[in-house]
Design a protein. Sequence first.
Length: 233
Amino acid sequence: MARGPLARVVLVLLLLAGAATLPRTLFQGAWKLASGIKHLRESPLEARRRVFGTAYADAVESIRRAIPSGGEYLLAERSREPGQPNWIRYDLAPRRALYVGRLSGTTLVVPKEGLPRSRPAFVVVAVESEQAPELVPAGRFFEATRAFDPVRRDDTIPASIDGPQSGSEVTGVLAVQGWCQELGERPCTEIRFLIDDMERTPDFLERRPRPDVQAAIPAMGPCDRAGYHARFS
């Protein structure tokens, strides 16, 4: 079947486009081949230094020498964002990581199942693949870290979250208010907030009097600082 003038024009344009991209494709293929040949004699450590940087690769190598192959180590994340990848656990295979939790300052926010029962000699503190991980003796790590279990409860301390109501949808600024005080005029010296199982520092926190709570629970004594009001962006 004969082709029309328009079809021939389209065919010529396609051929010209292919001819224009062919040198670039050939150049890219040749470059990859030359790069592969250049790095053919690299050791695994040299390859990691080239890909991840010297500081990260050397730190991983030092940790690999300290932890025996097939051994276990505790892994503590200091991630910038929730769910950020942590390549150290893969780089140290076949060593097995026992997840401890996420560090928030000096506070260790442990998972719901709590701290692992097994306590290997070392804790690997890792951030992300661009930053060098740190190997810390387990004893020193737990001495310098205050562990906090998100599911820990102390039912002896009367407390309440007045808002937002459970199950409500919040957009924009999150305002949390309620009260907390030990029996016998002892306000809670510290109020900590967890959002989606992660501890968060409020942008604003104010302690307020709660005369209504004092009237309802006389055993609590004066409630001049029992109330709290916090805001999160």
